[in-house]
Design a protein. Structure first.
Length: 172
């Protein structure tokens, strides 16, 4: 299966730790030599491919019907495919604004593994927010700061550096 990726997609992403709802597009793109070599139709398709890349984890299927439908751009697609959208996609690839790759089954498995790892990491992060650390012997809350555990006295005052073992910390 062939896919389209956007090199340096991170330039257009505001954040990467949650679902992306919008992308950054700086006015510098108007002075970009490669972007200026494109026609108006080609520019719109390139912007549309950036949006699709963000939506599809930078793995947009190289399916002209899918692309035309999802970027709402049918005028170019209605032309002969060899002179319309496919020509534009190839031009964007030649200018290195996009990259066309073949996605192997092994690669797909690696992507699934990576996504599963991210899900596990998110689950752990979510569960760690539910439970807070407490010093087992006194029941006082603890904080992690500057690479050390600190005990927060319940009566107020300065934090005390924790000198115990991990087994002395319980999460509630």
């Amino acid at each position: 299966m062939k896919i389209i990726t956007i090199p340096n997609l991170y330039k257009y992403q505001h954040y990467s730790d949650r679902h992306i709802l919008w992308v950054k597009l700086y006015i510098d793109i108007l002075q970009d030599y490669k972007f200026c070599q494109l026609t108006n139709d080609e520019r719109w398709i390139f912007i549309g491919l950036i949006l699709l890349a963000v939506k599809n984890d930078n793995e947009t299927p190289l399916d002209l019907d899918f692309i035309a439908k999802n970027i709402c751009f049918f005028d170019v697609f209605k032309q002969n495919k060899s002179t319309g959208l496919s020509r534009i996609v190839l031009k964007l690839n030649d200018l290195k604004l996009i990259s066309i790759k073949v996605k192997s089954k092994c690669y797909q498995g690696a992507i699934l593994d990576k996504k599963r790892e991210e899900e596990i990491r998110e689950e752990k992060k979510a569960s760690s927010f539910k439970k807070r650390p407490f010093y087992k012997h006194t029941g006082e809350e603890m904080r992690w700061k500057n690479g050390k555990w600190w005990v927060v006295p319940s009566g107020g005052g300065s934090w005390l550096e924790f000198a115990g073992a991990e087994k002395d910390i319980e999460y509630k």
